[in-house]
Write a protein that binds this ligand. Structure first.
Ligand code: HEC
Length: 146
C-alpha cells in the first residue's frame, strides 16, 4: 500500500468520527439555567433522569399543526433551519435570524431574560402551548452537543 493511499484511507475513516465529536462548552449561566429546568422536570416526572441531546434533536425537528388546522407544518426548523449552525430568515417577517448555536453566534444563551422570552414566543407559535421544562432542557442539551 502506498503511503499516500494509506493516509487517504485513514482520513476517510476518521472524517465522520471527528465530525460527530463536536460539542460546545457550557457557560455557568447555561449550567444554572438547566439546573433550574431539571428541578422542574423532576417535579413533573419523578422518573426524569437528565436531559438528552437526542431527544432535543427530535424535538427541534418535530412538526406540529398550525392554528388553521393545517397538517403538521410548524417546527423550530421553520425559522431556524434544520441546522442550528445556520443563520436563517423568519418565516413571516423575513427578518434575518442569527444562528442558534453559541459556537457560531457567541451572544446566544447569555441572557436568561432573552432565553425565556424566546422560548415563550416560539413555543407558543410552534406548539400552541408552552414548552415543558424537559423540552427546554433537552433542546439546550442538543444545541450544546453540536
Ligand atoms: C416563527 C419563527 C420562529 C420559530 C418557528 C422558532 N423561533 Fe426561535 N427565535 C425566533 C426569533 C425571531 C428569535 C430571536 C432573534 C434572534 O435572537 O436572532 C429566536 C430566538 C430563539 C432563542 C433565543 C436564544 C438566545 O439566547 O438568544 C431560542 C432559545 C429559540 N429561539 C428557541 C426556539 C425553539 C426551541 C423553537 C421551536 C419550539 C423555535 N425557537 C422556533 C424565531 C422563531
Amino acid at each position: 500500500m502506498s503511503k499516500q493511499f494509506f493516509v487517504a484511507l485513514l482520513l476517510f475513516a476518521l472524517g465522520p468520527v471527528s465530525l460527530s465529536f463536536g460539542f460546545t462548552p457550557k457557560s455557568p449561566l447555561v449550567e444554572s439555567f438547566q439546573k433550574g429546568l431539571a428541578t422542574k422536570a423532576k417535579k413533573a416526572d419523578p422518573g426524569f433522569t437528565g436531559f438528552s441531546a437526542d431527544r432535543g434533536k427530535a424535538f427541534y425537528s418535530l412538526k406540529h399543526g398550525d392554528h388553521k388546522k393545517k397538517p403538521e407544518t410548524r417546527s423550530c426548523e421553520t425559522c431556524h433551519t434544520s441546522d442550528p449552525m445556520n443563520s436563517s430568515k423568519h418565516i413571516i417577517t423575513g427578518k434575518k435570524i442569527k444562528p442558534l448555536s453559541p459556537l457560531v453566534y457567541r451572544k446566544r444563551f447569555t441572557k436568561v431574560k432573552k432565553i425565556k422570552k424566546w422560548f415563550r414566543r416560539n413555543c407558543k407559535w410552534t406548539l400552541k402551548r408552552s414548552c415543558t421544562a424537559q423540552e427546554q432542557g433537552d433542546f439546550i442539551e442538543y444545541i450544546y452537543s453540536l
